[in-house]
Write a protein that binds this ligand. Structure first.
Ligand SMILES: [Zn+2]
Length: 424
């Protein structure tokens, strides 16, 4: 009868952890203000990493450039990774808050909240007897490429710290305050960038029959892409291909250009769909080009893999949320992308979306908006969600339901930003 004993032990741990959290929260709110007032852009997070490491009071090692990682609790055996992102955005803050950034950069994605919450969780945990290791990871470069999560995974940190599961919590304006949306299965998409260049022969607009200009052809490609998606990917599996940039020629009415270019973002939720639609775009662009006497060059730049929440961890986490005064909300699924998915490729993981309120807004502004500033209670809610994620994973570890970390297969995938070119 090990299972009830485990749960009883963890229930007791949960109570003591939340009590310790309440004591740590005032300090965490101060820290959140400091981080928010002085944001660092992707790849330049050293000052933030140093500040957070000091506040955490745990010895951490460097990872993925400016990142940090360490371990609390038992030094041997499996552990649970909790992630906080370090970077801010190149955005002018318009919140009017007393601690608003004046640097022209802004924590508009809630990473200041996540870091403060993680510090509170770790400081509280340091006073407790943890049954399995807790691995705080301060991750750089979530907002840009190359991905900090991918670099952290590539560094072997997950194997080194015997990570058995990874948990992330992200504030979300679409979730009600006090609610936490987990959701088994796909919660974010895989993201790739596709560039199509069509090349021909320029000329005079009055003599198009002497030229081979790509304007009409690239228009056909743009209009054909949704149909290509429809006949390649099952409508039962969410996916989208959006053209965000289209360019041909100079601003001249009578000069036919020799080259046209489009950039599109591809979002898929199934690895096979991802490969097949990329191939379909290559063939489609090449055939269109051929029909118009042009040449096509298609370049695919790989981004984040699909983000999949592990059903077993989700189920346990929802139960722990319920026991902790948080509401396990409906899943928050979208074709957005988060590089947290790189952890999920190696170990069972959960990304939880935590509801927030923003002062002065009935409906909070979206993430990456110059007025997105969650109220203080978000720090406690994110901390609570991280603790519940840890407890869920620890429970599964205790019951022998998570794979032994040393047996983890390090799955090979195209590295983010890997470019595959194809001409035809
Ligand atoms: Zn974010």
């Amino acid at each position: 009868m090990t299972a009830p004993a485990v749960t009883t032990g963890l229930a007791d741990l949960r109570e003591r952890w939340f009590a310790a959290l309440r004591e740590e929260l005032p300090g965490a709110l101060e820290l959140r203000r400091s981080i928010h007032a002085d944001p660092c852009l992707s790849g330049q997070e050293e000052p933030t990493a140093r500040l957070v490491e000091e506040a955490m009071g745990v010895a951490l090692e460097r990872v993925a450039g400016t990142g940090r990682v360490g371990r609390l609790g038992p030094v041997q055996g499996p552990s649970v990774l909790l992630r906080g992102e370090l970077d801010a955005l190149p955005l002018h803050e318009a919140t009017g808050a007393a601690y608003a950034s004046r640097t022209g950069h802004m924590h508009a994605c809630g990473h200041d909240v996540h870091l403060a919450a993680l510090v509170a969780v770790v400081r509280a945990a340091a006073r407790l007897d943890l049954p399995v290791g807790l691995v705080p990871l301060l991750q750089p470069r979530e907002e840009t490429y190359p991905s900090g999560a991918q670099d952290a995974v590539a560094s072997g940190a997950l194997q080194r710290y015997a990570v058995a599961a990874a948990v992330g919590a992200h504030v979300h304006p679409g979730v009600a305050p006090g609610h936490v949306a987990t959701g088994a299965g796909v919660v974010n998409a895989a993201a790739d960038e596709i560039e199509v260049v069509l090349r021909g022969r320029g000329g005079h607009g009055a003599y198009p029959h002497h030229a081979a200009d790509p304007v009409a052809a690239i228009s056909h490609v743009v209009l054909g892409l949704p149909e290509l998606m429809r006949r390649t990917v099952s409508p039962m599996r969410p996916s989208v291909l959006s053209v965000g940039h289209l360019q041909a020629g100079q601003p001249s009415a009578n000069v036919l250009p020799a080259e046209a270019r489009l950039l599109a973002t591809l979002r898929t939720t199934d690895p096979d769909d991802r490969v097949q639609i990329q191939e379909a775009v290559r063939v489609f662009a090449a055939r269109q080009a051929e029909a118009f006497g042009l040449e096509a060059q298609v370049t695919v730049t790989s981004g984040e893999p699909v983000l999949v929440n592990d059903p077993a961890v989700v189920e346990r986490m929802d139960a722990w949320l319920g026991r902790s005064g948080l509401v396990a909300a409906e899943p928050m699924r979208s074709l957005g992308a988060d590089d947290f998915s790189f952890f999920g490729e190696v170990v069972p993981s959960v990304m939880a979306f935590v509801g927030v309120t923003v002062d002065g807004h009935d409906a909070p502004p979206p993430l990456h908006h110059p007025e997105f500033l969650p109220t203080d209670e978000a720090v406690g809610h994110v901390a609570g969600a991280l603790v519940c994620g840890y407890l869920a994973a620890a429970e599964l570890v205790a019951e022998g339901l998570l794979p032994v970390p040393s047996e983890l297969a390090h799955e090979a995938h195209p590295s983010i930003g890997a470019v595959e070119e194809w001409s035809g």
